[in-house]
Design a protein around this ligand. Structure first.
Ligand SMILES: Nc1ncnc2c1ncn2[C@@H]1O[C@H](COP(=O)(O)OP(=O)(O)OP(=O)(O)O)[C@@H](O)[C@H]1O
Length: 568
């Protein structure tokens, strides 16, 4: 049974129209009555789609065009066009054209549709097969009861129509033949069957109920939407999950993503590691940035040569660097902030064709609260699968601090796990994993950390030559009119600046030419018309960018270096 059976037409017009396609007819009718609400728009869209071929002719095309554009953009002007189309073109007439050909009437008569039918000009049975229908009898009876004179009632297709009073009773007339599937109405009974206000009220209620029904049909809950797009979720969603059962994310697409990760993990060493952590490490912690070469790092000649000898070559030739020549498993880079410690870590990885894992120790204790320990385990496990690997741990002091009574239990556990993993990585002969710790506060490192990070290299502020090199490198891609002497002068004026400070200074100076462009031209000015960077821009920039490292701090690094560092 059709859901719309409860909304059977109550007069003969509709009865005839309904035999064409009852569902479509009612959907269409409803959408015409309230074209501004969402339900109506959904219906309209459906009707439009389904009737594209069925409804033709210029008048209807016009209505359909505006209906289509209404569905695509519901601005008020489109709405107005839609409404005016409805006023201009009579939907009843349009529907009349859809009546199937009558075997007994002429085509011309038949094209006059319902109007002809009402005037008894067509007295044939229209050749239309209809279901035996009691509704028309009911309507006839109801119209018998009501004799209320002229009534203005709600249009069937949004068009007011007048009814005549004192229409002859239809009882006794051959209104319908219920014994056959043929409608044989006469003009008198057709007019009498026009609904009264009671009928209209009933119809209104039915329409409302219908709309609610349609809304129910078209509305989908989030769960239904998910199940439609991801049937696999049906297995566990809403059901209690066993401890060993696989988690199924309610997020669309997450299921496939999870399965993808799971299928990729084939390495035995990752069997006990949470796939989500592996994915996180692979996406966020493995650094896939541009490779760094030794030339990109200005100055630091001694540190560079020690690192090359102690870790790069051994990682490249593990067969030669065995026994006493075995490389250290961990190195520590310490010094003021912004001096190139991270650059060195990246460079080592690039030079050894190693995978570069970069993680900040503070994020282990804050970002992955409660999971820091697991994260450390996962990190080393993934690194073992990506050998040779360089694990760069920034702010390593926050992980390997000296023990204190105030130390948090979670931090202590992460630290223990790190040391366990570190030792594990250094015992297996074949492992080619290098841990590079970086810190600005080496004095806070505990003894255990110092012992494991065998090579402790001081990464100082860049000297004058290094600063010259940094300026030259940074200006390489900028239009500028600085010569070697200018660069030398700027380098001399920037004593105490770190590499990061030098970068800020150059960026600030590069803004000089832009600031000299009048505001009105900034959007339209040709790139080549912007003047080159000059010495004056640097002099101005020096007023704004100051060194970030204090002399006191420098003194502490030098002292720690003398005690625990390589000593150069
Ligand atoms: N020696 C250097 N040669 C070239 N550029 C440098 C050098 N030192 C620092 N820089 C510049 O400063 C930026 C920051 O450097 P980096 O991140 O390596 O410093 P860091 O010592 O790791 O700092 P932090 O201790 O704050 O983590 C680099 O991207 C680079 O542009």
């Amino acid at each position: 049974m059709n859901e719309l059976d409860g909304f059977l037409p109550e007069n003969s017009h509709d009865k005839h129209l309904s035999v064409l396609d009852k569902t479509t007819f009612y959907q269409y009718k409803l959408s015409l009555q309230s074209e501004s609400n969402i339900t109506s728009q959904i219906l309209l869209k459906d009707v439009w789609k389904r009737n594209k071929e069925l409804l033709n002719g210029p008048a209807f095309n016009h209505i359909l065009d505006s209906a289509n554009s209404l569905l695509q953009n519901t601005d008020t002007s489109t709405m107005k066009t839609w409404q005016s189309s409805l006023n201009k073109y009579d939907a009843v007439t349009a529907f009349e054209r859809l009546l199937p050909p009558c075997s007994q009437c002429t085509a011309e008569t038949h094209h006059k549709g319902l109007k002809v039918f009402e005037k008894t000009e067509c007295s044939c049975n229209l050749g239309i097969n209809t279901k035996p229908n009691e509704d028309l009898d009911n309507v006839s009876q109801s119209s018998q009861k009501s004799d209320e004179g002229q009534k203005l009632f709600k249009p069937r297709f949004g068009r007011p129509r007048q009814t005549k009073s004192n229409q002859p009773s239809t009882s006794g007339n051959n209104v319908t033949s219920t014994s056959t599937n043929v409608v044989t109405s006469t003009p008198a009974n057709v007019v009498a069957s026009i609904p009264t206000e009671d009928v209209f009220m009933k119809e209104e209620e039915e329409n409302k109920a219908h709309k609610a029904n349609v809304a129910k049909l078209t509305f989908k809950t989030a769960k239904e939407t998910l199940l439609a797009s991801n049937p696999a979720a049906r297995r566990t969603l809403g059901a209690s999950r066993k401890a060993q059962a696989k988690f199924i994310s309610p997020m669309l697409g997450a299921q496939e993503k999870q399965e993808q990760v799971e299928t990729e993990i084939t390495d035995e060493r990752l069997k006990h590691i949470d796939p989500k952590m592996i994915e996180l490490i692979e996406s966020e912690i493995i650094d896939k940035g541009t490779p760094i070469s030794w030339e990109d790092i200005a100055g630091l000649q001694l540190a560079k040569s020690v690192i090359q000898e102690a870790v790069v070559w051994p990682l490249l030739r593990p067969d030669i660097f065995t026994g006493l020549r075995r490389p250290p498993k961990g190195i520590l880079l310490f010094g003021p902030p912004g001096t190139g410690k991270t650059l060195i870590g990246k460079c080592v990885a690039a030079q050894c064709n190693a995978t570069f894992f970069s993680i900040s120790a503070s994020s282990l204790t804050s970002k992955w609260i409660g999971d820091g320990e697991k994260m450390v385990r996962a990190l080393f496990a993934v690194a073992r699968c990506h050998q040779p690997a360089v694990i760069f741990i920034d702010e390593i002091d926050s992980l390997l601090t000296q023990r204190s009574d105030t130390e948090h239990e979670a931090t202590r556990r992460i630290k223990t796990e790190f040391l366990v993993q570190f030792d594990g990585a250094s015992t297996a002969e074949e492992d080619r994993i290098l841990i590079v710790g970086a810190t600005n506060r080496p004095q806070e490192l505990d003894e255990a950390a110092r012992r494991r990070l065998v090579k402790r290299l001081y990464i100082p502020l860049p000297d004058v030559d290094a600063r010259k090199q940094i300026i030259t490198n940074l200006l390489k891609n900028e239009m500028n009119e600085l010569d070697l002497r200018d660069i030398g002068e700027i380098a001399a004026l920037t004593d105490g600046y770190s590499g990061a400070d030098m970068k800020s200074l150059c960026s600030e100076a590069a803004m000089g030419p832009i600031r000299s462009v009048p505001l009105s031209q900034i959007v339209s000015i040709d790139r080549d018309k912007v003047r080159p960077v000059c010495v004056q821009d640097f002099i101005n920039a020096l007023q704004r960018v100051k060194p970030s490292v204090s002399q006191d701090d420098l003194g502490q690094y030098v002292k720690w270096n003398k005690t625990y560092g390589q000593g150069f």
